[in-house]
Structure formats: C-alpha cells, structure tokens
Design a protein around this ligand. Structure first.
Ligand code: NAD
Length: 251
C-alpha cells in the first residue's frame, strides 16, 4: 500500500457502526491497520458487529453528551490516545414539514446535529492537547439538495448543519493539528434503503433515475473516503465535504 494511506497503530472510534455504512467504515479502518472501537446505540448490534470484526465495542447513545464524554475518555485512556473519530450515527424521518411534530424535529436534530457536536467536542478535548488527530463526520447529499419525492426537511437541515459545523471546527482546530472533514454519501444500500425499495418502489426508482451512475452505492463504497480523510494522504485536507454520490448532486 502507498505509505501515506497507512493507518498502522492509530486508534479510531466509529459511531453508529453496528450495521450499514458505519460497519463498513470500521471494517476498512481495521483493515488499514487501525485499532477500531465501535460505538453503537443498540447493544446487541454492537456486540454482534464487534465480534464479527474482532474489535472492541461500546454501547453508546451519541445524544447523551455525558456518556459520550466518558466513553471517549475511557477509550483514549485504554488505548494510549485517540487519532480518528468518525461521527456516523444518524437517523431520518420522512415527514412533510407541515406535519412535523416537535418531537420528530428534535429527534432528528438530537442525533444528527447535537450528537455530532457532542462527539466532536469530546474528541477535540482529547485531541487538541495531543496536537494530532482527524475527525470525519458523515453528512449526506441531503446537505446540498432537497431530496425528492420524499419530504425530510429535518434531516436535510440537520445534515447541512453538520457540514457547517465541520467547517467551523476545521477552522478553529487547524492550528492545534486536528483536521475535521465530512463525507456526503448519496443513496446507499443499507438495510433501511432495502425496506424502501420493497415498500415504496416509486421513490426508489425516482432516486435511481436521478443518479448518473445508475445505481445506489454499496455501504462499503463509503469506506475508502474515510480511510483517505483519516490518513496522511489527506494531511492538507481540512474543512472539506467529500461527496460520494454517484453524481446525484449534478442534476
Ligand atoms: N443510507 C443512505 O442512503 C445514506 C445516505 C446519506 C447519508 N447517510 C448517513 O450515513 C450514516 C449511516 O447511515 P446508514 O444508512 O448506515 O444507517 P443505518 O440506520 O443502517 O445505521 C445507523 C446506525 O447508527 C445507529 N444509531 C442510531 N442512532 C444512534 C445514536 N443515538 N447513538 C449511536 N448510534 C446510533 C443505529 O443503531 C445504526 O446501527 C447516517 O449518518 C446517515 O444519515 C446514509
């Protein structure tokens, strides 16, 4: 492997890594030499994923800022520091704005915006004194466009906030040696998307018609972007939003 991509002996946390995109990101980081710890809301998923990958895992709700702070500190202490944090946990509700409840709006913001900030802040408190580290947030193509035909103003707004947060932290922490970037996946064939394909084929076909590459992504196709942004190959990359969407945002 080209040396700049090597991640040997780095310590990484990936949130929302019990399945889907986060699981594949964790697998790729492990295969690149990283000591990965999975941080996943569902304890059963966390255990199953940890055992499948042969890595440590912790049950963690990213919306609980005290729990995030404690878990990140504990992982850093046990592993002699913390190099890479991938804030990938996310949730979505497909609701028309006029029908959105306070609870629905808060749920999405809690996970996708507050949760990302709690994790970035906890990571920063460890990494700034170390004067090294990389943070990668999973945003979405929904940070750039209003998806259709489904309605999801809360999700799109939360992901746009995630991109702005990424830029702000990149600027604040650059002179501390900490890089902060995000990736924006397009439609990706996780278990959730497979349910939509079965239950709502019209939506699914509309999405496919809007993707120049003509298909949704495999979850593993999001992982190389994370390995790149985590590695020395991206030593001059901070505050960026790497779009991995098969060209969806082009139309
Ligand atoms: N699948 C897509 O088409 C797509 C497209 C763009 C962006 N994304 C983003 O990629 C990320 C992963 O999505 P996915 O499709 O793999 O979703 P997924 O639902 O398959 O997996 C998300 C994981 O996060 C966990 N999680 C949820 N809330 C959590 C919390 N509060 N604390 C910790 N973990 C929590 C879930 O238990 C699950 O294991 C999300 O941020 C999502 O918004 C997905």
């Amino acid at each position: 492997m080209y040396d700049a991509f090597k991640l040997d002996d780095k310590v990484a946390i990936v949130t929302g890594s019990g399945e889907g995109v986060g699981f594949e990101m964790a697998r790729a980081l492990r295969d690149s030499g990283t000591r990965v710890v999975l941080a996943e809301l569902d304890p059963d998923l966390a255990a199953a994923a940890g055992e499948e990958l042969g890595v440590d895992y912790v049950a963690l709700d990213v919306t609980d800022s005290s729990a995030v702070e404690a878990a990140f500190r504990d992982i850093a202490e046990k592993n002699g520091g913390l190099d890479i944090v991938v804030n990938n946990a996310g949730t979505v509700l497909n609701v028309a704005a006029e029908d959105e409840t306070d609870e629905g709006w808060r749920t999405v913001m809690n996970v996708n915006l507050d949760g990302v900030f709690w994790c970035c802040r906890a990571a920063g408190r460890i990494k700034l004194p170390q004067r090294r580290g990389s943070i990668i947030n999973t945003a979405s193509i929904s940070s750039q466009v209003a998806n259709h035909p489904q309605k999801q103003a809360s999700y799109n707004t939360s992901k746009a906030g995630g991109v702005t947060l990424t830029k702000c932290l990149a600027a604040e922490w650059a002179d501390h040696g900490v890089r902060v970037n995000c990736i924006s996946p397009g439609y990706t064939g996780t278990p959730l998307l497979k349910v939509v394909e079965e239950r709502n084929p019209v939506w699914y076909q509309t999405w496919i018609d809007g993707i120049p590459l003509g298909r949704v992504a495999e979850p593993r196709e999001m992982a190389p972007a994370v390995v790149f942004l985590a590695s020395n190959a991206a030593s001059y990359v901070t505050g960026s939003n790497l779009i991995v969407d098969g060209g969806y945002a082009l139309y």
